[in-house]
Design a protein around this ligand. Structure first.
Ligand code: PLP
Length: 359
């Protein structure tokens, strides 16, 4: 048995995989597979509408927000957000490599004020006490720093339009969408496979900048007027959206984001508890900012030479994807929604066993 801790793409609910396999063979009893139908068939239009409704139900998204499913990944949103919202100046919080990339792209469209950075300690904490400039068009932050294992777990109050990259923690907890002007992310961490990007945007923030925006980059294209485009201005990524549809159905069936958050906290507490107890390992993120999605840890100083041994030991026990990102080193276990508690328990057992044999 394998325990999948990959950082993304990553583990998905079994049910979602099974339903997708079936749909690839025969979509919606049409006798034709999901990958071979027209996206204009009524069955597909129903999947699109249902997927949007699942998002609205699960996150309580009000009517004044559009929910879009686009291509290009979160990385494409780094410049798309700025192209649509940055008139003169934007403010960014720099909490890691993804935030830095978002800053770089925004600079192509105007002035960017980085209000604070945690680069001084290799992004191992979330900066606090910074001031958000009220003359900026929006404030952008990365909700969960996938690489460094830090997370902003509450919805902040912001005097200007708030924009969040929630690629790696969307649907891991209830979110007060009304506090945001825009939320975006790649699906491949918590809500589906690679290939689809979600954007939740309050429609009244659009159309305020004066620049010409390429058709595909302009959010209004994908929203559409009457008749609405509903993310079907061009061919949507049907395969990825279908898997997302099934993944969200699973999430709803287990009780939605509030129930999911309880389980996620349980998983994170279990692993962080073991890291604190076990003398061979230490966590890398500041305790108050620790992510419930990505748990980063390294060997304690006196056991540094055991890193490769533990990697091998864990691999033999079925652990997959626990190698830390090269910029942090050590280990990273990603505990996304579909990662079961049993897998986290198996990793903890493995760390205990390793300590018994080596400490
Ligand atoms: C993975 C990730 C990205 C990049 O997503 P792509 O879809 O690969 O472009 C951006 N931001 C965060 C927080 C991520 O975890």
């Amino acid at each position: 048995m394998k325990h999948n801790f990959n950082a993304g793409p990553c583990v998905l609910p079994k049910q979602a995989i099974e339903a997708t396999i079936e749909a690839i063979r025969d979509f919606d009893n049409t006798g034709i597979g999901l990958l071979e139908i027209s996206h204009r068939t009524p069955g597909w239009e129903r999947v699109m509408a249902e997927t949007e409704q699942l998002w609205r139900d699960l996150l309580n998204i009000p009517d004044e927000y559009a929910v879009l499913f686009l291509g290009g990944g979160a990385s494409t949103q780094f410049f798309t957000v700025a192209a649509n919202l940055l008139g003169k100046k934007a403010a960014y919080l720099e909490t890691g490599a993804w935030a830095k990339k978002a800053v770089k792209e925004a600079k192509l469209y105007g002035e960017v004020e980085v209000v604070a950075s945690s680069a001084d300690k290799n992004y191992s904490y979330i900066p606090k006490g910074y001031k958000i400039p009220t003359d900026a068009d929006y404030f952008h932050f990365t909700a969960n720093n996938t690489i460094y294992g830090t997370e902003i777990k509450t919805d902040m109050d912001c005097p200007i339009n708030l924009v969040a990259d929630m690629s790696s923690d969307i649907m891991s907890r209830p979110v007060d969408v009304k506090k945001y002007a825009l939320i975006y992310g790649g699906a491949q961490k918590n809500v589906g496979p690679a290939g689809v990007t979600f954007v939740i945007v309050r429609k009244d923030v659009l159309g305020k900048v004066e620049r010409a925006i390429p058709t595909m980059v302009d959010y209004r294209t994908h929203i559409g007027k009457e008749p609405k485009n509903n993310s079907m201005f061009n061919t949507p990524p049907v395969f990825a959206i279908f898997v997302m549809h099934e993944t969200l159905k699973w999430l709803k069936s287990i009780g939605g984001v509030a129930a999911m958050n309880k389980i996620n906290n349980q998983k994170a507490d279990l692993l962080y508890g073991e890291i604190e107890r076990n003398k061979m390992f230490v966590g890398t993120a500041a305790k108050e900012d620790r992510s419930i999605m990505n748990v980063c840890f390294v060997m304690a100083d006196q056991y540094k030479d055991k890193e490769a041994d533990f990697m091998e030991f864990a691999k033999k026990a079925g652990m997959v994807g626990i190698k830390g990102h090269r910029s942090v080193g050590g280990f990273r276990a990603s505990l996304y929604n579909a990662c079961p508690l049993e897998s986290v328990q198996a990793l903890v057992d493995c760390m205990r066993e390793f300590e018994k044999l080596n400490a």
